[in-house]
Design a protein around this ligand. Structure first.
Ligand code: ADP
Length: 197
């Protein structure tokens, strides 16, 4: 609820008074994460993350939605990249999307936490290298690739927290939730990794 109210798009940063920050955390850190429930292709943000497959040539789920919304030039750029190994990430333009860039990452099939951690880490590493400030992640691997939803949310939150503890240039990380069940899970998981009260 709280995260959802504060969520939506990149430039909206909740006011300081809404929060009483856990003293163990940097006070600016918890304000940088939010939940948006809906279609990731609608977000006007520096980068959206695609849960792609190793071919990078498009697929179902969020990958299909991103390619449909971005138009054929995204596929043309992806064809030049010669694929991407599981756990790795690559960046392309956003083409017809409102997002400036797409960071394509390939999640593991099934519950393989080391590889899912690498996905989040490598996407965030690209954010830092490119000096991008706002990013939205879908629930990588939890659709067709069948990673259990709650353990996947813990990996997502813990990797984002670790990154934000070291990097102060990324301004906003949006967890883009599609399914109601993930919304419930993320409300709970984010409360523990990014406590608001
Ligand atoms: P994977 O193959 O990595 O499991 P999927 O695309 O099958 O990837 O699923 C990843 C998550 O993306 C799932 O939670 C799915 O419900 C969600 N999803 C599907 N379409 C969209 C969309 N347009 N925007 C955001 N999330 C989406």
């Amino acid at each position: 609820e709280e995260y959802a109210k504060k969520a939506t798009l990149a430039p909206q940063i909740p006011s300081k008074t809404d929060f009483q920050i856990d003293s163990s955390l940097n006070s600016s850190l918890c304000k940088k994460v939010s939940i948006f429930q809906g279609d990731i292709t609608t977000l006007e943000i520096d980068a959206i993350v695609n849960a792609a497959n190793t071919s990078l040539l498009g697929g179902g789920g969020v990958d299909g939605a991103i390619h449909r919304a971005a138009g054929p030039n995204l596929l043309a750029e992806c064809k030049t990249l010669n694929g991407c190994p599981t756990g790795d990430a690559v960046i392309t333009g956003g083409y017809k999307l409102p997002a400036k860039y797409v960071i394509h990452t390939v999640g593991p099939r099934g519950e393989k936490p080391g590889l899912l951690q690498q996905c989040y880490r490598n996407c965030l590493k690209i954010m830092a290298e490119r000096k991008l400030q706002t990013v939205a992640f879908p629930c990588i691997s939890t659709g067709i690739y069948d990673y259990p939803n709650e353990p996947a949310a813990h990996v997502a939150a813990s990797e984002v927290r670790k990154f934000l503890e070291k990097n102060s240039e990324v301004e906003r990380v949006v967890f883009c939730i599609f399914l109601d069940q993930d919304h419930v899970i993320y409300e709970g998981v984010l409360q523990s990794y990014f406590p608001l009260k």
